[in-house]
Design a protein around this ligand. Structure first.
Ligand code: NAP
Length: 250
């Protein structure tokens, strides 16, 4: 049975992606820190779908090289990796805790990069594979008061686009999904003080990601607002866009 690895599966978009891939007949390998939430999700999915589900409670800000090799040595039929786990810090840089900042870089950049590299080698050997890296509309522009998160997503989209160019000759494709706001607890975890309007339903976003997972494009913008922002980021100067975003997030 084809297998799919999803990071950050316990909550939010990762939960919806787990449901979507389960419904499409994938066996799942689900990773995030909270074991109880992963167990609840597994129970819920097994009631509905006849698939295998392994949960791996792990903090991806820890070591990821040996961790990813261990996963790849344990499973022979992985076809999809979804690097979904991510975190934000929504505040002035003057109030960022450097320990949280280090975690953000380790999770959003380091873990995603190491997993992408190790899985790319595995997929090349198999002659098939999809790497889905969850990015954001924030990848397209600077974002005052959410600076390191936006910068980390710029890395995710750029890195993914580049590796897609390298890997496509092996029938291995990587795609970054630039997503709009989603209705999850992301803001709560990012300690965002300002109130923004409600985001999209995570299940709708998960369906769109599944539908476009075989795209050969490298980067896909999901949703009208993201497509519009992509257009604006090519028309208006960075200084203006950054000012507008900063005034909303302050
Ligand atoms: N929400 C939005 O508006 C939005 C918009 C665009 C893009 N995105 C992106 O979408 C992805 C999912 O975000 P979300 O909105 O679903 O956020 P969320 O509700 O905060 O969920 C984050 C997930 O990542 C896991 N996680 C966090 N730190 C981890 C760590 N150190 N190691 C392993 N797993 C960890 C969490 O589970 P545990 O706590 O159990 O570890 C949780 O399952 C992120 O990459 C985010 O940047 C979100």
């Amino acid at each position: 049975m084809k297998q799919c690895v999803i990071t950050g599966a316990s909550l939010g978009l990762g939960r919806s992606l787990s449901k979507k891939y389960a419904s499409m007949g994938y066996s799942l390998i689900l990773i995030s820190r909270n074991k109880d939430n992963l167990e609840k999700l597994k129970e819920e999915l097994l009631k509905e779908y006849k698939i295998d589900i392994d949960i791996i409670p792990y903090d991806l800000t820890n070591e990821t090289i040996i961790f990813s090799k261990e996963i790849l040595n344990s499973y022979s039929n992985i076809e999809v990796l979804i690097n979904n786990a991510g975190m934000g810090i929504a505040d002035s840089i003057l109030y960022h805790d450097p320990i949280d900042e280090e975690k953000l870089i380790d999770l959003n950049i380091k873990a995603l990069t190491i997993l992408s590299i190790e899985f790319a080698k595995y997929f090349k050997e198999k002659g098939y594979g999809r790497i889905i890296n969850i990015s954001s509309v924030g990848s397209m522009m600077p974002g005052a008061y959410i600076s390191s998160y936006y910068a980390s997503k710029a890395y995710v989209s750029s890195f993914t686009y580049s590796i897609n160019l390298e890997l496509k000759q092996y029938n291995v494709y990587a795609v970054a999904f630039n997503l709009p706001r989603i209705d999850t607890d992301f803001d709560l975890h990012a300690k965002r003080k300002s109130k923004l309007k409600k985001g999209k339903n995570p299940m709708i976003i998960a369906n769109k990601i599944y539908k476009k997972m075989n795209s050969k494009k490298g980067i896909i913008n999901i949703g009208l607002s993201t497509k519009l922002m992509n257009l604006l980021s090519h028309i208006f100067p960075k200084s203006l866009i950054s000012k507008c975003i900063g005034s909303k997030l302050k």
